[in-house]
Design a protein around this ligand. Structure first.
Ligand code: HEC
Length: 217
């Protein structure tokens, strides 16, 4: 045992030493390939925020030509704002509703909305239990389940009251995916155990609120 351990230690020491030698080798004598790479590494280059005599404005960074439209930019006003030409909130989901859009919406909803509005959108979350002043409402039943799709889109984009904006986390296509998903579950029974838990908790919260309002608590 002892000899084995000793041999192992010696081998390790040798391995470490050769590794160090390899590392040191990098700075030592260079092959032709090394020299070519080093030449590329050493050549003058322009940093993004540097100065450049090549352009009239003396800057390295170039501005996109006037009128350039980025590929991500949504140019259809109704899709971008959730409102029609007369300013009314859209009564439908702007992009075509597909199975993929709904699946995307469900996954985004559970990541970004479920923490407050409950995994199934019933409003039975731990956050809701503690946000007594203005609770995240059920999006599945009640007044919020009657809001026009364009308004739900706008709430995600801009936030509402105590709810922050989710524009940074959800680009336009994802916002509509979430809206489409919410519409698809309105007034429907819970689909799985996470949604059932949310619904039971939401019912308990409502009961608690009504008892409180009646002065029983
Ligand atoms: C941090 C908690 C939180 C998260 C996360 C959250 N909300 Fe809310 N939401 C709230 C609260 C609180 C309210 C009530 C705000 C008020 O009345 O001041 C609200 C209200 C709403 C309303 C009703 C607006 C109205 O006109 O009454 C909708 C619709 C809504 N949220 C949708 C969403 C969607 C969709 C998501 C996910 C993208 C989301 N929320 C994420 C907390 C949250």
């Amino acid at each position: 045992m002892k000899t084995n351990a000793g041999r192992f230690a010696r081998r390790c020491a040798a391995a470490v030493a050769s590794g160090v030698a390899l590392l040191l080798g990098c700075g030592g004598a260079q092959s032709g390939v090394d020299r070519a790479l080093q030449r590329m590494r050493d050549q003058p280059r322009a940093g993004a925020y540097g100065a450049s005599p090549a352009f009239p404005d003396g800057m390295v960074m170039r501005a996109p030509p006037a009128g350039t439209v980025s590929r991500e930019q949504v140019t259809d006003p109704a899709t971008a704002t959730g409102r029609d030409a007369s300013g009314r909130y859209l009564d439908h989901v702007a992009p075509p509703v597909t199975a993929e859009l709904l699946a995307r919406g469900r996954s985004r909803f559970r990541i970004f909305c479920g923490a407050c509005h409950g995994a199934g959108g019933f409003g039975g979350s731990v956050v809701a239990e503690n946000l007594v002043a203005r609770r995240p409402p059920s999006l599945r039943t009640g007044f919020a389940a009657a809001l026009p799709p364009g308004l739900v889109y706008e709430v995600i984009r801009a936030g509402f009251g105590r709810m922050p904006s989710y524009a940074g986390q959800l680009p336009v296509a994802d916002r509509w995916a979430v809206v489409a998903y919410i519409l698809s579950i309105r007034d429907k029974s819970p689909a799985d155990s996470a949604e059932r838990d949310d619904s039971v908790r939401a019912a308990a919260l409502r009961l608690d609120d009504s008892l409180r309002a009646a002065g029983a608590r």
